[in-house]
Design a protein around this ligand. Sequence first.
Ligand code: NAD
Ligand code: MG
Length: 396
Amino acid sequence: MSRPQQITVLGATGSIGLSTLDVIARHPERYQVFALSGFTRLSELLALCIRHVPQFAVVPEVAAARGLQDGLRAAGLPTRVLVGEEGLCQVASAPEVDAVMAAIVGAAGLRPTLAAVEAGKKILLANKEALVMSGALFMQAVHKSGSVLLPIDSEHNAIFQCMPQDFARGLDKVGVRRILLTASGGPFRQTPMSELAHVSPDQACAHPNWSMGRKISVDSASMMNKGLELIEACWLFDAKPSQVEVVIHPQSVIHSLVDYVDGSVLAQLGNPDMRTPIANALAWPERIDSGVAPLDLFAIARLDFEAPDEQRFPCLRLARQAAQAGNSAPAMLNAANEIAVAAFLDGRVGYLEIASIIEDVLNLEPVVALDDLDAVFTADAKARILAEQWLSRHGR
Ligand code: NAD
Ligand code: MG
């Protein structure tokens, strides 16, 4: 029997990281954890190291590394601790590694994910922000290294499963007319508009169907998540923004659909549990048990669909505009959103101000071409500064 595949899990202490480790632990003959990273919850990272015995663990700074190393030594583990972005890039590209789960949230995941791409690893991509920021450069790097890029986002994993194997030839050539990207509509789909100004971070994070990290939960409430996913879908499947239609489907059972020119529409269904796309990508093109319960269609009983309301969800409109503008617009959108969401989670701005901040930032800064990674980070930094300036201008 062949040796188990060596897996690096970036963002191991997060929601996707933990679901990934749950699937991996069900298949010790197939997968072994090579490295884990954490950022804040370091006692949880130690517990994960004790459970999975990785060769490396990565933490943000030296003091945290000392604390973790002491804990590892006390537990008699051989795990070595690395530090910072350099450590993340090292465990993402190490020669022993077969696949990298990119599950750091936000722009912080870009460099380590790209390091894995450049090293030709199999990439399990949860960190959509990395692709949104640097789409053209990211996809060029994928093509150059021959890296296999597998989407973890449930919608993109669903689309991937519904696409023909040779979709990279071009959607027109393989008879795909449209991608139908489903969205739950989040916790505020039916909240009276007059109440939206006063909703709290905890209300925004109380997603009706999915349990996720706080940043993506707020993005789901504002539908910026769907906007980022629209941009993500364009890069992953070489689609034009006009070929991606967002469909609100409150039950989150159909994870997305592909519409073919002959009128066939293929959908992927399943319980809303990220272990399904994670297991799909880990084992692709094979199938393995994920621990997810079988879908009970009789219990679900009905599936509903509605068009998104861009008055209610201005972030979706802003993201579509950024997708159409291309170049630096998606990176700026993403960076402004990260600042605005962090400010909302800290109680510094109201929910409705998230979209206002992003719109102001996008209006203030012209769209420029992004020829290299430095240009991506320059656009990202500019948008962060402009968003911070919005906050100070408004006394936050
Ligand atoms: P989370 O907040 O639960 O976890 C984030 C992880 O990233 C943690 O391990 C944290 O330690 C690490 N991290 C945070 N900031 C960091 C930094 N500056 N440097 C290094 N590491 C850092 O988030 P999540 O819900 O697991 O989401 C992770 C990614 O997956 C996001 O990009 C999200 O959009 C995407 N995603 C998540 C889900 C989901 O169901 N949770 C679904 C689809 C896509
Ligand atoms: Mg998703």
